[in-house]
Write a protein that binds this ligand. Structure first.
Ligand code: RFL
Ligand code: PHB
Length: 391
């Protein structure tokens, strides 16, 4: 088999890239280790930046999002139960975010991939990028026990944090930067109306809590938890009690309880790999970088990476110019690092750090009070939260 671009991974990065290339007339094949139900079933991101909303529209995938997604012009912070609103739309000259789950985005992308002939190979085992330093790279894998090989011009490693692409780059070329946080997020989904029409990010002495949603009838809630905690120890009742305490009396009183139908713990980390290209292999999305979810940036960064990568690849195939290909890593990393900074800062502001003392906690409370009273501070938060422009 031969194609122009072999894409490893059918998460948001790989699927958006597949659609972008298809639309531009560049040949691509996506190789995915799991099946569609698995990839679509993962409960993950909930907030889309304008960059992502724009891309959905540009790809004619925006119909259901426009109907079912929730446009949020504001978000809320809470400091020990005192909730205040950040009017993002007013502060940024009209920017908003869209609450529309990653699962819905994936469904729209998969449905359209079938309809438009975006090629995806599911259940591809033992996928490996080969000869990435040559001008004739390929990807090998096993399918139903049969060895397969795809020759290509370029490989896009969109296979997430645990994928094989990053590992194919020689270790003396790669530099990694990492911060592992001493806590995780315990998240639940429940078929109950949200406690507020917007999100609430709460800093509480007992730890961070986040009130989010998927729809007017479906809530997504998170609380900070220890890394050694077990899901089995968190009955729904215990979760709701702790959530209400951390959101404070006002917001907590509006929480409607119900049985959870999903409950999971995710660790928090900041991680960046440089460069995002080696030879004929490009990295995009979580394969190259991870942010803690506090800033709601992970999927949006995957999207901005592949917008840039598709531009570079189209320029190569259509104009015969490698300027974009050569600039991809630096261009993508410039945006990545700004999102890393914001996600790290917002995490540091809102979480309880077990190894820190009373002084640090006072600094958090003072900073939240400063943000509450300062338009300048609110603009800084708002322009980062809605997403910095793609340059
Ligand atoms: P993904 O989604 O991990 O997809 C990678 C795909 O590659 C496949 N794969 C392989 N395929 C072939 N061969 C191999 N060897 C392979 N190894 C892996 C995998 O099966 C998978 O299908 O990476 P991608 O595409 O870069 O997308 C990244 C996003 O999924 C991620 O950043 C977000 O979910 C992060 N995130 C959030 N992002 C936001 O923008 N807004 C949010 O509100 C938000 N909230 C979150 C989040 C992530 C969370 N968790 C659980 C990590 C909330 C949480 C709790
Ligand atoms: C979510 O709804 O899953 C969500 C929302 C905002 C975040 C992270 C996750 O910052």
């Amino acid at each position: 088999m031969r194609t122009q671009v072999a894409i490893i991974g059918a998460g948001p990065a790989g699927l958006f890239l597949g659609h972008l290339l298809k639309r531009a007339g560049v040949d691509a094949v996506i190789l995915e280790r799991r099946d569609r139900a698995y990839v679509e079933g993962r409960v993950r991101a909930g907030v889309l930046e304008q960059v992502t909303v724009d891309l959905m529209e540009r790809l004619d995938l925006g119909q259901r999002m426009r109907r079912e997604g929730l446009v949020h012009g504001g978000t809320n912070l809470a400091s020990d139960g005192d909730v205040f609103r950040i009017d993002m739309a007013e502060l940024t000259g009209g920017s908003t975010v869209m609450v529309y789950g990653q699962q819905e985005v994936m469904k729209d992308l998969f449905d359209a991939a079938e309809a438009r002939g975006v090629q995806i190979v599911f259940d591809a085992e033992d996928v490996h990028p080969q000869d990435i330093e040559s001008d004739r790279p390929s990807v090998t894998w096993r399918e139903n026990g049969v060895d397969k090989r795809l020759d290509c011009d370029f490989i896009a490693g969109c296979d997430g944090y645990h994928g094989v692409s990053r590992a194919a780059i020689p270790s003396d070329v790669l530099r990694t930067f990492e911060r592992v946080y001493p806590f995780g997020w315990l998240g639940i989904l429940a078929e109950v109306p949200p406690c507020d029409h917007e999100l609430i990010y709460s800093n509480h002495e007992r730890g961070f809590a986040l009130a989010s949603m998927r729809s007017p009838t479906r809530s997504r809630y998170y609380i900070q938890c220890g890394l050694d905690e077990k899901i089995e120890d968190w009955s729904d009742e215990r979760f709701w009690d702790e959530l209400c305490l951390r959101l404070g009396p006002e917001a907590g009183a509006k929480v409607i309880r119900g049985p959870s139908f999903e409950k999971s713990i995710a660790p928090l980390r900041s991680f960046v790999t440089e460069p995002m290209r080696h030879g004929r292999l490009f990295l995009a999305g979580d394969a190259a970088h991870i942010v803690p979810p506090t800033g709601a940036k992970g999927m949006n960064l995957a999207v901005s990476d592949v917008v840039m990568l598709s531009e570079a690849l189209v320029e190569h195939f259509q104009d015969g110019s490698d300027a974009g290909v050569d600039h991809y890593s630096a261009r993508a990393l410039a945006r990545v690092w700004k999102a890393e900074r914001f996600s790290w800062w917002f995490t540091s502001l809102t979480h309880r750090f077990p190894d820190r003392d009373g002084f640090d906690r006072k600094m958090q409370v003072a900073e939240l009070a400063y943000i509450k009273g300062s338009r300048a501070a609110q603009i800084t938060l708002a322009e980062n939260y809605v997403g910095l422009p793609l340059v």
